[in-house]
Design a protein around this ligand. Structure first.
Ligand code: GTP
Length: 595
């Protein structure tokens, strides 16, 4: 065990984790240079295209340092706030972490939140100042920030560039020298922490874990402690560039098992593996079920494709355990699914995967958070779609989810950030100067105000400098109302939204205006109305179009339309016919773009 080092790389998004990981793999000759594809660990197409790590991955390297052979297990982690639970599980599997900070950007919100997660697990932190090759690198300034933040010595910060391959040897030496070897009892009862799972359509789910105590052998009967499910370990091994089977994996090490598990749902990240006949007394601390934050309906564009969509959703869920869904019916859109996502990015990814991997054309409806509605009968109903809202006469009160947000920014933007948060019904809790011109602000904010477009607005007002991290802190009472949209007098349930009463009038008005821009003109006039209960609060009209124009296009400008078409497979439009009105996908997202 004393020659094993388990470490992860933590950083704010885009600070260069994946690139640096690639360099480590090259340097240790885990992969040959000519086999090196950029960002090797991001092996999903979508990951590579979007340049982000969606799922964590692990890989083992050999490294000879001062004539001794070491096994280094690298656990790559996602950087986006939607996936922070996976970061925390990866961290729990390590003894040390490389904390990567982009020398041109400095410390950002997720640098800090991930650092706190790592410190919470007592990890040894190795600070790495990355991208020092950039002309805009602020080496002195960012080093000061790092020293202030983690209280290390300046000399402990390793200067590196993943891109140019600078500092890679220093990083590997630091991993061996500074990160402690794992502890644990190889003869004890088996306790292995699951920190990831990978879907393999031929062999079922590969479960990736770190063994704390005991040893897992090929053929062992094993049990998942939280779900209680039992399996046989058909194959046990380590993750190199490919999977390499081994007779066993022992305490301290990282490995995988394959045991014929078919569904991602049965494997929960954070769960503990143990033996059936000699079980551990307790699971490794800190298992949590991941909770969806954003809900939206997904509907097929062609109603006849509902069953095909169901089959695709089932397959998608096999390898995305964080996606939850159930069938739902909409008066306007027919049969579809109500889905729960970790965040907006997750939602986009699901929609894109359905289209690419399963060739489905789908419409996603207005996203919503989940409210708690207390009825006059004293029941609590969870509402994740406007259509689930009880009649107002039956509602006692409604609670909405609140988050604690941490925003880090240059001090010159503090004023506009506070204004933005106030506008979003936020309450400022704290303001700390990290350095003379970097401020950390804390707010309590309603989740519904920030999951949608908050991040984009924050980036705009801070010229890209502010970063955001958040966690759920509970539910608070709020006066929420259902805002209905009617087209030609008919209520379109899929366009309704649940909004705060103080904002309802303004939103209704702007939503109608936005819809007027987005709805394609038809041969007849379309009346757009917003209503709360029986009361109409706004109205707009889409004028009928003259005949000759109809042949050319629906509306909007040509270039935008062409772009849209390029994106669409089989030339199908992301549009749904509701009554006699065609509603394009963007109309369902209009509520997010009212600012
Ligand atoms: P996520 O996986 O999405 O969290 O991002 P990441 O932190 O893994 O960042 P990634 O390695 O994808 O790098 C982000 C961007 O920075 C890419 O465009 C890289 O080419 C670039 N980059 C990474 N390292 C360096 C570096 O050392 N110097 C320069 N100049 N650019 C770099």
């Amino acid at each position: 065990m004393e020659n094993i080092r388990n470490f992860c790389i933590i950083a704010h998004i885009d600070h260069g984790k994946s690139t640096l990981a690639d360099r480590l793999l090259e340097f240790t000759q885990t992969v040959k240079k000519r086999d090196m594809q950029a960002q090797l660990l991001d092996d999903m197409d979508l990951e590579r295209e979007r340049g982000i790590t969606i799922k964590s991955h692990a890989i083992q390297m050999d490294y000879v340092y001062k004539d001794k052979k070491y096994v280094l297990n690298l656990i790559d982690t996602p950087g986006h706030v939607d996936f922070s639970y996976e970061v925390s599980r990866s961290i729990a599997a390590c003894e040390g972490a490389l904390l990567i900070v982009d020398a041109a950007q400095g410390i950002e919100a997720q640098t800090i939140s991930n650092l706190y997660l790592a410190l919470g697990q007592d990890l040894e932190i190795i600070p790495v100042l990355n991208k020092i090759d950039l002309p805009g690198a602020m080496i002195e300034e960012v080093s000061d920030q790092i020293v202030d933040l983690i209280g290390c010595k300046r000399e402990e910060i390793i200067h590196a560039s993943g891109k140019e391959g600078i500092g890679i040897g220093d990083i590997l030496a630091a991993i061996v020298e500074r990160i402690p070897a794992p502890e644990g009892d190889p003869k004890g009862e088996l306790q292995a922490l699951i920190f990831d799972s990978v879907f393999n359509s031929f062999r079922g789910i590969e479960v990736i874990f770190r063994v704390y105590n005991g040893q897992i052998n090929k053929g062992d009967k094993i049990k998942f402690m939280n779900t209680g499910k039992q399996y046989e370990a058909d194959e046990v091994g380590v993750l190199r560039l490919d999977k390499e089977p081994r007779p066993y994996i022992s305490a301290g090490d990282v490995g995988y098992i394959i045991s014929g598990i078919k569904e991602a749902r049965e494997v929960k990240v954070g769960d503990t593996l143990t033996h059936v006949d000699r079980p551990a007394k307790e699971a490794i601390r800190g298992f949590e079920d991941v909770k969806p934050m954003v809900f939206a309906g997904i509907y097929p564009v062609e109603t006849s494709e509902f069953e095909e969509l169901r089959a695709s959703m089932e397959k998608l869920q096999l390898n995305d355990a964080s996606l939850v869904w159930e069938p739902e019916t909409s008066a306007a859109l027919g049969f579809g699914f109500r889905c729960g996502f970790l965040g907006m990015l997750h939602m986009e990814i699901v929609q894109e995967r359905l289209e690419r991997e399963f060739d489905m054309t789908v419409i996603t409806t207005v996203p919503s958070v989940q409210f708690h509605c207390y009825t006059t009968r004293g029941e609590m109903v969870k509402i994740s779609a406007p259509s689930e809202m009880p009649d107002p006469s039956l509602i006692d009160y409604i609670e909405e989810p609140y988050i604690k947000a941490q925003i880090i920014s240059k001090s010159e933007y503090v004023g506009s950030i506070i204004a933005l948060c106030m506008d979003k019904r936020g309450i400022i809790k704290n303001q700390i100067y990290l350095t003379s011109d970097r401020v950390e602000l804390s707010f309590d904010l309603p989740l519904s105000e920030i999951v949608f477009d908050f991040f984009d607005r924050l980036k705009t007002i801070s010229r890209g400098y502010a970063s955001l991290d958040y966690e759920l802190i509970g539910f608070r009472e709020s006066t929420m109302v259902k805002l209905d949209i009617m087209l030609n007098g008919e209520k379109v349930d899929a366009l309704s939204a649940i909004v705060h009463r103080d904002k309802a009038y303004d939103w209704g008005k702007r939503l109608c205006e936005k819809l007027r821009e987005l709805l394609p003109r038809q041969m007849f006039e379309i009346a757009i109305q917003a209503a709360i209960g029986q009361k109409i609060i706004a109205r707009e009209t889409v004028k009928a179009m003259r005949k000759n124009v109809l042949a050319k296009c629906y509306g909007g400008d040509i270039s935008r339309k062409r772009k849209l078409l390029e994106k669409q497979k089989k030339g199908k439009k992301r549009m749904r016919q509701v009554g006699n009105v065609e509603i394009p996908q963007e109309a369902f997202m209009a509520v997010l773009k009212l600012e």
